[in-house]
Design a protein around this ligand. Sequence first.
Ligand code: ATP
Ligand code: MG
Length: 249
Amino acid sequence: MKTDFTSSVSHELRTPLTSIKAYTATILRDPNMSEETRRQFLTIIDEESNRLAALIEDLLEVSRIETGTTKMKQKTVDVAAVIEKVLINLTPLAHKKNIELRKYIGDELPTLQGDEGKIESVVTNLIDNAIKFTPEHGNITICAEEANGEMVIRVTDTGMGIPRKSLSKIFDRFYRVPRPGKEIQGTGLGLSIVNKIVSMHNGRIEVESEVDKGTTFVVYLPLTVKSIPELSSAEQALYLIGAGQARTK
Ligand code: ATP
Ligand code: MG
């Protein structure tokens, strides 16, 4: 799995880098290039560099989560405020595609105990995907409510959907649904990060989708997370199956 991961990473890093190198070389080679072409090439270089930077950020996050070096902050999180913040950030992206973003927040939504930055990353990834995989003039709804002692966050879009056979793979690192003829940028890391963060909060995530109709992701988060003391992974495993109590004393 490690070799697999390393080769996927190298491939993903090489693609934007190859393009940056090629366009830079072309600009350097041709001093008489028209201003318009130069701008066009520089724009590509700029976009590809952004992609590279975002990819490195995601990879660092994956590695921090997997090596357990990421510490979960346990604080009171105002989910409504987190959603509001994410919507402010992503509205311009949605408007570019004439996509309407709707929001429903349950009355007296409780707060939850968790890591605000990580929950923001969950909401951002889900809404970013919804925008990316919804054609122009679609709409996206984000709801948050409390049900049975859990926080339920739902992101629904009217987009292209996910084929049934891909549903079990979308949380895998680097997996992207093959969409012939459509070039949609992404590295397939977003949902694997979302999935990890949700399980760090002892929550779960579900997805329902119909091709060409739309997709709904539902995240369930307990309002309080029982924190697992800092133990080795073997000890954590024992603790999780209930055999580790004596050791923690
Ligand atoms: P990244 O998030 O790393 O930029 P990505 O968006 O392609 O890249 P994920 O967020 O992990 O990767 O999603 C994996 C795949 O699941 C996507 O490539 C896409 O095909 C599919 N997918 C995710 N969300 C949706 C959605 N709302 N509608 C349709 N397909 C989706
Ligand atoms: Mg994504």
